[in-house]
Ligand binder design. Structure first.
Ligand code: SF4
Ligand code: SF4
Length: 548
């Protein structure tokens, strides 16, 4: 058995993302390029977070805000495609060890070499061996959900401090502490997954509120996708606060800023739009960065995932900040982006000739967050009542490189003209250039609700429709087709399950950490189904016929 072999070889294994191949994705090197050593250190960080959680639950009165913030940051840094820098990761392990000492827990200190040497005692292969595949997979689901939620909690913390996410951070700490128990049943673990989903709902709501407070209420905005003459920086990831600081620093320096990937919703926020240096969006989703970044004539700043190993030809002009790390890249901290601006001033930037040579492209529309869409609720209900709006689809989530993801573009392309499509997260790039979707009596047919955390907007829209029509959310003419890739998507999925939303189609493949037994439980309880990647039109017919 492969797990036994991994244990015998003291090998690391990882199956936390959709790219996982076999039980030991990175026995040698992960599909994402993560080394076994990095996985071992990330496993060690996760184990330390479990110990911190247990100590925190036992010493609630003694727990400091710094410890809760560290819990979120340490979990965030273990997400797929965030941090490949072992030295930076070890600093998180050291900080966790120090905080554990203040809570009276000792003997947890390990060097990177010791983390690798003791994999047999705590790595994934050990956990699968110890608990069996189903229970181990559900335990991992709880951890992955907490990782995703922790990333959102950290974004909210940066904007408004810990208070708006304190309760939810504690819920995640409590769930994590439970994982120290060896005898958790399948039912108990399902309860924990839903608790994490509930915590993540609160965190997404807090982040939505924090974004609106800091950046203004988002509204529809066309986004330029053509070059603009001048020196330029490309910013990617999800951190709007980093973007805001970068814009402040670039405005007076004559350096333009283009958004990339999950930063495109930035153009919907009035406070960010007012900066003249925010000139457009470049490229598509993270999976194309090694093709697209070499062609961008300026530096690239990564604020969060998803970073891929940079090619040699552009590596020198990639910068990281926040929780992101990659060996050999320059890390800038505390929102001080002068090194990035200096690199932009040295780089060629876009010339007049570049601008003249560029293809004409229609702007992309963003800004369909809940307040904007609900300001048109009367019209939407009128269209439904008049039979002019038949069905609403949500097609979005994380993008990725694995086969089968054409399903989402095929589906969007085939959706009839009397239907609306909500989209969000970097999966949007699978569908937003497929065709001109047009509108239904002035309501754009393709509505981009924002980043992955802005699924919160899609939920608010669905709840408002449910209240206005008197139909339960699960009875609305609404279908959800979610593409998943990494652990934020796991957190979002757990939130949807916590809210009792059924009939979600998930693809392009089901999570490898869920065994057939665990999936049978979810399918039974929530009617979670896989996307039929070879037959998007068949799925569409079923959804239009009311099978969601
Ligand atoms: S994060 Fe994904 S691709 Fe990377 S090692 Fe883990 S399962 Fe493999
Ligand atoms: S939406 Fe998911 S896959 Fe896309 S950049 Fe964000 S974390 Fe990565």
């Amino acid at each position: 058995m492969e797990i036994e072999k991994l244990l015998d070889n003291n090998a690391s294994a990882c199956y936390q993302c959709e790219q996982a191949r076999g039980p030991g994705c990175n026995t040698f090197k992960g599909v994402c390029s993560k080394s076994p050593e990095t996985t071992a250190i990330q496993d060690h960080i996760t184990w330390l977070c479990m110990q911190l959680a247990a100590a925190a639950v036992q010493n609630r009165a003694k727990v400091t805000d710094e410890q809760l913030v560290l819990f979120n940051r340490a979990m965030f840094t273990t997400l797929t495609n965030v941090n490949f820098d072992d030295d930076a990761l070890m600093r998180y392990a050291e900080d966790l060890t120090a905080e554990l000492t203040t809570l009276g827990v000792s003997g947890v200190n390990k060097s990177a070499a010791e983390a690798v040497a003791t994999l047999k005692d705590y790595g994934l292969a050990h956990r699968i061996h110890k608990f069996g595949e189903t229970v181990a997979g559900l335990r991992e689901t709880v951890v992955y959900g907490i990782r995703g939620a922790a990333a959102y909690a950290d974004h909210a913390f940066v904007l408004e401090g810990l208070d708006p996410v304190r309760k939810e951070t504690w819920m995640n700490v409590e769930a994590m502490a439970e994982l120290n128990k060896d005898d958790l049943s399948v039912d108990a673990l399902l309860g924990l997954t839903l608790k994490v989903g509930e915590a993540n709902f609160g965190i997404m709501a807090a982040l939505d509120k924090a974004h609106n407070a800091a950046l203004g209420q988002p509204s529809f905005a066309p986004v330029n996708t053509r070059p603009v003459e001048g020196k330029c920086i490309l910013i990617t990831g999800h951190d709007m606060d980093d973007l805001h600081k970068l814009l402040e620093q670039c405005e007076a320096r004559g350096v333009n800023v283009f958004t990339h990937g999950e930063m495109i919703p930035a153009h919907a926020y009035p406070v960010l739009r007012k900066y003249k240096c925010l000139v457009g969006n470049y490229g598509t989703s993270w999976r194309n960065q090694r093709k697209e970044f070499p062609l961008f004539p300026g530096p690239v700043l990564f604020t969060t995932n998803c970073i891929m190993p940079p090619r040699e030809d552009y590596k020198h002009r990639v910068f990281t900040t926040g929780r992101v790390g990659f060996p050999g890249l320059t890390h800038v901290a505390n929102g001080e982006f002068e090194p990035v601006i200096a690199a932009a001033l040295e780089a060629p930037g876009y010339t007049k000739a570049d601008v003249e040579a560029a293809n004409a492209e229609s702007p992309l529309l963003v800004g369909a967050m809940h307040a904007e869409v609900l300001s048109h609720a009367g019209k939407v209900l009128e269209l439904i009542g008049a039979g002019k709006l038949r069905h609403i689809f949500f097609i979005g989530g994380c993008d990725g490189s694995t086969p089968g993801r054409n399903y989402f573009s095929d589906l969007a392309e085939a959706i009839p003209d009397d239907c609306l499509i909500l989209t969000g997260a970097c999966g949007r790039f699978r569908i937003n250039r497929v065709k001109d979707y047009g509108d239904i009596e002035g309501i754009p047919r393709l509505l981009d609700v924002g980043q992955c955390n802005d699924v919160f907007s899609a939920i608010k829209i669905a709840v408002a429709l449910s209240e206005a029509t008197g139909l339960a959310v699960n009875d609305l003419p609404l279908s959800l087709c979610v593409s998943w890739f990494e652990q934020k998507a796991v957190a979002v999925l757990l939130t949807l399950l916590h809210l009792g939303i059924r009939n979600i189609r998930l693809g392009p493949s089901l999570p490898r950490f869920l065994t057939p037994d665990a999936l049978a439980v979810l399918a039974d309880k929530f009617a979670l189904k896989p996307t039929n990647n070879k037959d998007a039109k068949g799925d569409l017919a079923d959804m239009l016929a009311g099978e969601h």
